[in-house]
Design a binder for this molecule. Structure first.
Ligand code: FE2
Ligand code: FE2
Length: 324
């Protein structure tokens, strides 16, 4: 199911744009003074709101998301009043890390069993590299699937960004368009990062897990960067297999939830808004939509690899954008 626009009211409050005026006419000077006065007023409001906010601390804790911290501090960006965004029901949109038009309903009908059978040597290498990575992962996390999901999403969000960045640079170097692949790969990275933001709400990383993420990112980012430069078809194929593993991992997560080994807690608020889930959605619903996303990433990356296998460039085949 492709993305459809969220029917959300977006009210734009026009605000004065402040700019440095090079004009010297009396009218312009007067205008500058008025703008400067407006800005002073806004600064005062900002200070007052901060004070009010501080005096209310303790009673309003936990309201809104973490990304909205300091919201009261920023009433404008360079003199332009921010958009006031509301949901369908008229309540305020509380997330600053994503907006209503970036939300979507995951395609739960997507085929979860699709598998690219490795036939060439690079494909077999990609497949067995991924398979061999599963063993230490299983050993480290055992059946702690919440923690496992959170940690693996820190890795899963890297390839899309690296691939998108390299295709972007190639587009600049060659003075050519990308067929939408920059956007598609960056969408994947953003979507994976939202998976991470979601699982952060159900599993908090401890100090050694944070240290592990830093170490793994240092190695994986550079390895994938080099790998993508040498062979994008291998890099995309490997991500395709990683996504197949992610589907398996989330299927095991669901089994643990169904067996009662993991408590099926209410879905985090961020997940309810991002995937447009019902208000009473649970962790199981979240795992279902995340797994559907992984299946989509699998298809995108195997498709990208297939394009390279045909001796073509990504720009020659329109990218599957707009899913997220
Ligand atoms: Fe993911
Ligand atoms: Fe993924």
């Amino acid at each position: 199911m492709m993305m459809s626009r969220y029917g959300t009211k977006v009210m734009v409050t026009a605000g004065p744009r402040l700019s440095s005026s090079r004009a010297v006419s009396p009218n312009c000077l007067l205008k500058s003074r008025v703008l400067a006065r407006d800005f002073s007023k806004m600064t005062f409001e900002k200070k007052k709101k901060t004070e009010d906010n501080q005096s209310e601390k303790g009673s309003s804790g936990g309201k809104g998301d973490q990304g909205n911290k300091g919201e009261q501090l920023v009433v404008s960006y360079w003199g332009v009043k921010p958009m006031k965004i509301t949901k369908d029901d008229g309540t305020e949109w509380k997330w600053s890390c994503f907006r209503p038009w970036e939300t979507y309903k995951a395609d739960l009908t997507i085929d979860l069993k699709k598998h690219h059978v490795p036939s060439t040597l690079p494909d077999k290498l990609a497949y067995w590299t991924v398979k061999s990575l599963r063993w230490p992962t299983d050993l480290f996390f055992q059946r702690r699937y919440g923690c496992r999901a959170m940690m693996l999403e820190t890795v899963a969000a890297v390839p899309g960004m690296v691939g998108g960045m390299l295709v972007h640079c190639k587009s600049l170097r060659r003075f050519e368009q990308s067929g939408g692949w920059i956007k598609a790969l960056l969408e994947e990275a953003e979507n994976e990062r939202m998976h991470l933001m979601t699982f952060m709400e159900v599993a908090k990383p401890n100090w050694y897990e944070r240290a592990l993420v830093i170490a793994v990112q240092g190695v994986f980012f550079n390895a994938y960067f080099l790998g993508y430069i040498i062979s994008p078809k291998f890099a995309h194929r490997m991500v395709g297999y990683l996504e197949e593993e992610a589907i398996h991992s989330y299927t095991e997560f669901l089994k643990e939830l169904d067996n009662g080994n993991i408590e099926n807690v209410p879905a985090p608020a961020i997940a309810i808004d991002y995937w447009r889930l019902p208000a009473d959605a649970t962790l199981r619903d979240v795992v279902m939509v995340v797994r559907a996303d992984e299946a989509h990433h699998r298809d995108v990356n195997h498709y990208a690899s297939d394009i390279h296998y045909q001796g073509r460039e990504l720009k020659e085949a329109p990218a599957p954008i707009g899913y997220h």
